[in-house]
Design a protein around this ligand. Sequence first.
Ligand SMILES: Cc1cc2nc3c(=O)[nH]c(=O)nc-3n(C[C@H](O)[C@H](O)[C@H](O)COP(=O)(O)OP(=O)(O)OC[C@H]3O[C@@H](n4cnc5c(N)ncnc54)[C@H](O)[C@@H]3O)c2cc1C
Length: 238
Amino acid sequence: MRKRVIVIGAGPGGLAAAMLLAGHGYQVDVFEKQPYVGGRNASIMEHAYGVFHPVGGVNQLSKAMAKVVQEHGGAIHLNQGVKLYSYHVASTVGLMLLPILAPKTHRELEADAISLGIAMQITNILRDIGEDLERKRVYLPKDLMNEKGYTIEMLYNQEINPAFISIWEDLAIEAKRFYEEGLQSLHKYPISSQLPLKGASHLYRAILEKIRKEEYRVFTEKHYVTSLQKQTILTSIL
Ligand SMILES: Cc1cc2nc3c(=O)[nH]c(=O)nc-3n(C[C@H](O)[C@H](O)[C@H](O)COP(=O)(O)OP(=O)(O)OC[C@H]3O[C@@H](n4cnc5c(N)ncnc54)[C@H](O)[C@@H]3O)c2cc1C
């Protein structure tokens, strides 16, 4: 199995490192918070002046480096702001717990534990939109809001319209994918850890379903899974 390396940032520095590592046979994943590669090169040459600027081609170098990474089996993950944030605030906790939950297999479970942390944090973000807004915090990705035509004014007006639902659902689908990734290696945990982990994941996932049923009223209500619902969910996974 190829050793995996994660590079944060697809500026010229990150891409050069990624390209060299990929060339040396590592499985490289580059995570970039912006929706484009090139870092400061890209923002100056392409985004400030537009792609038709005569020197816009400077960033071609970054694009070529990204291509080399991909040709060596690596991947460039753009627009990763929410996922990286989720990694820092949630997956890191999972990584610290992992040697306790799975003393013998923790090394091989790291990638899936990271996924589970991201899934849970995206769930938190989707549940706490209203509460975060009161503190003037917005965790919904700006690009996704732009793409769907949902403005910051609409958010502050607490508008639950089709654009808002579409943003919420896109993120919920991402969360679902991360839950599935996170649980795919459940059988590699000791039996004593499997149930708590599966239980916690299912209880958290249920929050998303609850919000859907409550017609996405995240601005005025905080959605919980009731004790009775928790019991039902836990019984169903036994
Ligand atoms: C005004 C100006 C003009 C310049 N002109 C030239 C020039 O003519 N020729 C030249 O060779 N150089 C030029 N440079 C310098 C060049 O842009 C930088 O040297 C180069 O971009 C540095 O590359 P880097 O990868 O180290 O950092 P950056 O380009 O800053 O890339 C860092 C990347 O990491 C991403 N990132 C940061 N934090 C995170 C995180 N937590 N998660 C995910 N992603 C993250 C950022 O979004 C960014 O894409 C210029 C710079 C400036 C500001």
